[in-house]
Ligand binder design. Structure first.
Ligand SMILES: [Ca+2]
Ligand SMILES: [Ca+2]
Length: 354
């Protein structure tokens, strides 16, 4: 009886592991290859060699780029260098990326910038909010942008019990933002377990100085977050569920589900085209190639555009795709007047004319 029980338990255990492995391979598109798609003209951006995870473009055409992210489980080609924020002026004929100076009471050595979001106040002051992972923890840093000085002045660090394992942020008021928590756990091994079991404990948090609350939950891996042009809807990417959630924003900042757009690729950051309202999504066509990085068979890049987001049948098109020979691990695609910037977790960045 004892042996039979051991055998039964062993069999059940192996079956469960097998089932989980199959599920992970499906969630990460482990067998998928991409075919190249390239806009009219693209070139790599000089000076951005070690990641450009998130990119936010101001109405004036100035683009902020977060660079050199260190994220558990992901490769980093510049592990000893602190992160930086770069600026590019898309009004220039040949825009160049230049690192911004950071001033104020701020520990630059542990700067590890991830998702970013800009906010323009009524008096036209530009603020940049940055998800930071100093020593692999999560904070939100608020900076004031000083264009003449080409610098960011650090104003404050925001920390909260609910603001853990942060990924991206969208700022919608002088002190109000939504942020995605990509995992419930913060310990790497527990995160791994959370992913393997697909617990769906990832969520979206609302922050204001008065109130902090969870406003949307049940995500496998909540990642990019942004807002519609009319500010009525929030778009959130669920990476390993391979979809985008459209959520309605209410007066009290609560969010309610409207619909889910399935993309069949591992969606990372989302940006909205200021001219059309289309969503541009930086995606990972094959997540397994990211997790098990092999320079001989690198992870590729993919950018999708979603038109007529609120209609019954949104139109989804591939605007850029590459097998990793040019660009690896794309996270974001930011557009402004037919100019496109594509960023990556740890690799290069691309500038294209559409
Ligand atoms: Ca962002
Ligand atoms: Ca992200």
């Amino acid at each position: 009886m004892g042996k039979l029980l051991v055998l039964t338990l062993l069999g059940a255990g192996l079956a469960l592991i097998g089932e989980r492995l199959v599920a992970i391979r499906q969630r990460t598109n482990a067998t998928r290859e991409v075919r190249s798609v390239e806009p009219r003209s693209c070139h790599l951006i000089e000076g951005l060699e070690n990641g450009s995870e998130d990119i936010d473009i101001l109405p004036s055409g100035l683009a902020f780029i977060s660079s050199e992210l260190k994220y558990p489980g992901m490769p980093s080609f510049a592990p000893d260098e602190p992160g930086q924020i770069f600026l590019m002026d898309l009004n220039e004929q040949n825009p160049r990326a230049q690192a911004l100076n950071i001033s104020g009471d701020f520990d630059k050595a542990s700067f590890n910038p991830h998702g970013i979001s800009t906010f323009i106040d009524e008096d036209q002051t530009v603020y940049l909010y940055v998800v930071n992972h100093p020593h692999m923890k999560s904070t939100v840093e608020k900076f004031k942008f000083e264009e003449q000085q080409h610098s960011l002045v650090h104003l404050k660090t925001i920390k909260h019990e609910l603001l853990k394992s942060l990924n991206d942020i969208v700022v919608l008021g002088p002190e109000q933002f939504y942020a995605t928590r990509d995992h419930y756990f913060t310990n790497f091994f527990l995160v791994l377990l959370e992913m393997i079991l697909d617990l769906r404990w990832s969520h979206v948090v609302f922050y204001s100085p008065r109130e902090v609350k969870v406003v949307a939950k049940g995500f496998s891996f909540a990642n990019g977050i942004t807002v519609s042009l009319d500010k009525k809807f929030i778009y959130t990417a669920d990476t390993t569920a391979q979809n985008i959630h459209v959520l309605k924003k209410h007066e009290n900042w609560d969010l309610t589900p409207v619909k889910v757009i399935h993309l069949g690729t591992l969606v990372d950051n989302l940006m909205v085209d200021p001219d059309t309202g289309d969503i541009w999504a930086g995606c990972h066509p094959n997540g397994m190639k990211l997790l098990a990085y092999n320079p001989e068979d690198p992870p590729g890049s993919e950018v999708l555009r979603i038109q007529n987001v609120l209609s019954e049948k949104p139109k989804i098109s591939t605007e850029y795709a590459n097998n990793g020979s040019v660009l690896q691990g794309s996270t974001v695609a930011s557009v402004k007047h037919r100019k496109l910037l594509i960023g990556t977790i740890f690799h290069k960045a691309l500038y294209c004319l559409l």
